[in-house]
Design a protein around this ligand. Sequence first.
Ligand code: OGA
Ligand code: MN
Length: 196
Amino acid sequence: MQKIFSKLIDSFIDNKVGVTDDFLTSSLAINLKQNLIELYAAQQFRNAGIGNEQLVRQNQLIRSDQIYWLDRKHNNSYENSFFDCIDRFVIYLNATCYAGITGYEFHYALYENGSFYKKHLDQFQNDGSRKYSMIIYLNADWKDSDGGELCIHHSDHLQMISPLNRTCVFFQSSELEHEVLLTNTNRLSITGWLKG
Ligand code: OGA
Ligand code: MN
């Protein structure tokens, strides 16, 4: 576990974007994906907002994913195992980087075929509490032709990351603009923010 965490943090320090391809165990990734699919089939997902619920129609032009907030109160063992993993990561991050993380929020996201999220920053204008963004992908058998890359806008280049199963991406929420390119198939993930 610590090896995976240090790989994520080392690549974050080197490149502003931490990436590791094995953040979750295979079995937890399968179980989280199954849980996501069941919740989606039970119509528990909602159109994602961008901070202002009155702009729903405009939102659809910016992002077209659907989300479900994870919560320990759901008493779902897979959600709880995921949070256990995040808890360990936060302890490690605070101890090694003095990150001062005191909380977090995570949701499942499902981008149906044809969905996207245009270029944005993850920090709201009036709320700086989101310190780090984390995304973990749950797509086994992802192909290049499926699209749906996370495109990160560095000052001098673009970085493309395919949403491959168990890959975790980690970056500073206030720093890097990014977008989700149009996906040609359903694209599943867990997205969240470490807060301070
Ligand atoms: C987000 C986001 C990226 C991704 O939800 O804010 O940028 O790759 N997600 O899903
Ligand atoms: Mn984002």
